[in-house]
Design a protein around this ligand. Sequence first.
Ligand code: AMP
Length: 434
Amino acid sequence: MPGLPRIRRLNETSMQTIDKFSFKGQKAFVRVDFNVPLDEKFNITDDTRIRAAIPTLKKILGDGGSVIIGSHLGRPKGVDSKYSLQHILPRVSELLGVKVDFAGDCLGESALRKSAALQPGQALLLENLRFYAAEEGKPRGLSDDASDEAKAVAKKAEKANQKEMAKQLASYATVYVNDAFGTAHRAHASTAIIADNFDAGHKLFGYLMQNEIDAVEKVLKDTARPFTAIMGGSKVSSKIEIIENLLTKVDNLIIAGGMTYTFTKALGGKIGNSIVEDDKLDLALSLLQKAKANGVHLVLAVDAKIADRFSNDANTKFVPVDEIPDGWEGLDIGPQTEKLFAEIIEKSKTVLWNGPTGVFEFENFTDGSRSVGNAIVKATQKGAFSLVGGGDSVACVNKFGIAEQMSYVSTGGGALLEFIEGKELPGIKAIRGY
Ligand code: AMP
């Protein structure tokens, strides 16, 4: 199981921390992200997300409060037993150390009755919030050929339903706690709208949420320099906004992974059959210019590990990154690039890593990502603050067994990326106002 994010050297930047709040006699509605992967027999295959919310739930119960736990699971289109939170109830009870009760309808009579009857130290898990379209506030089942007017009416109605749903969920509790960073970029009933029903003193971030916010703000606002960001992954197109925002913040921007070849081609290099976005060549050049104008050291690979097909068993060799023969493709960085990147990373005081340097899913193309990971470990040991986040780089640090040696490993995918892009996240704004 991957390690949990830990609290380490984080700032207390916002007002609403649950440490300062006594939950004695309070009923807390806690929005968590228990969207865990299940196998075909509904066994949990990775309980990281449940474990991540346990400190918050235990704090509330330990204070003498009670909790009403709300979450989504998967993407149901309506009520669907496949996505029932009942599947995870035993594990939640086990990790929390109390027998958690269950309400089979998050808006039904049982939720109302059971939440009203909760005693200090007791916990209730509600059925999947996304069984209701109102949670997301988007109409479901509208046919594509519905008129624009019908769509507008349905949309308005669902927004009204969303407000009502938020109001009912809020009515179960005296205080609202959001600990679901993974959905903080969504303005859903339980992640954002609900907060309008509580005064400023009764809406709080849970520990996980607070740690995620503190980690990102430590990197982007309270930055120790030099600040190096390593952006990997497959495509420039999915990282444009982040890269553009980082170009106003970092000292060094390392570009790695599949997007390397769009930059290399834009600069006139030969990239063979490497992954490329031909419609983003101008963009790549403009990012290079922006970096120059902002005084940012934008670092590209100098050599590549190339393969004669997209396979772990392909023939391989190392070549300069701009001399890849036809029929070959770059699937990882080469040793000279590893050294170049490591020297920059090891001198940094703040490091952000998002995305692998190559196709790390193939064992023969993991070396580049591993060497970036090891350089970050060294920087962290020398006092740098390191934040790893966004899907595949988290998978990398877990795979290499170095997650514990990073300052912070984010649990957020899309939410983290939007936060780094500089966007306001509805789940955060609903509580602290920005
Ligand atoms: P992203 O979701 O954009 O962070 O991309 C992660 C994916 O990028 C991983 O599945 C990697 O296998 C893939 N990737 C990284 N480098 C390359 C490359 N050189 N060629 C093709 N795919 C790559």
